[in-house]
Design a protein around this ligand. Sequence first.
Ligand SMILES: [Zn+2]
Length: 281
Amino acid sequence: MKKAIFLSFIWLFSYGFAPHAFAKKRVHAKHIRTRPRELAAVDDVQRQINALNALMVQKMQQEEDPNATEDDSNIPANGLYESWTNSRINPYHTPFYKLPDSVRIDVSQFVPPVESFITSHFGWRSRFHRMHYGTDLKLNIGDPVRCAFDGKVRITGYEARGYGNYVVVRHDNGLETVYGHLSKILVHENEPLKAGDEIGLGGSTGRSTGPHLHFEVRYLGNAINPEKIFDFADGTPIHDTYVITKTGSFDYEYAHRLSPSSNFSKGLARASHHKKHYRRR
Ligand SMILES: [Zn+2]
């Protein structure tokens, strides 16, 4: 009788404790019945320890989840960019004239992507009738290319007629950087990076006439001449803070828009042609 009460207690306890299949408990209880009482008690304690361990592991995993506990409210990029996509370099629909009047960017942690000299500057290329949105830096195929600031890899891609193998990184300071013509990519999308981490090896893939790094700096998709921010001869930022302004950072937009070959000017010419044509009819 005493044994029966004890066994029913065990049965109730285990059934309430672990919500597994009923059949499993039956097998377990049957198993206990064949053993001495002491062993059954030890078994019970072990079950409680296992349950506690499982709870502790669960709690530790929650604490390790960076999204759950890490305070990242002081990272400017988190409040600035509303979307995260692994596809387009500029998915933001925020032209430069919609930006605030002045934005201060902390560039003090800059690490040069390659320590080398400039082979081609940022700006309008009249020979090709297109903008060159980056600074070209000389390198040899296989040279390490480094991440300019702390951040996270947004895109790793390949563009046969453009960047070749390229990487886009969104940085904690609010800037994004693009690294083009790489022979090899050494990071993967959504990977967190520290300034100076190797992101790839230098190359000449895509639209390139010889081994070099095409390096771009963008803010909400709008390219800024990297030479306004960095001294590539020294491998240092010109100032610890760079202030983005419409006229200072995007002066090329004004010049480009007013040049006869610009899309803006062509658009104006087209509009006036259509107007005349319409009037004649
Ligand atoms: Zn380039």
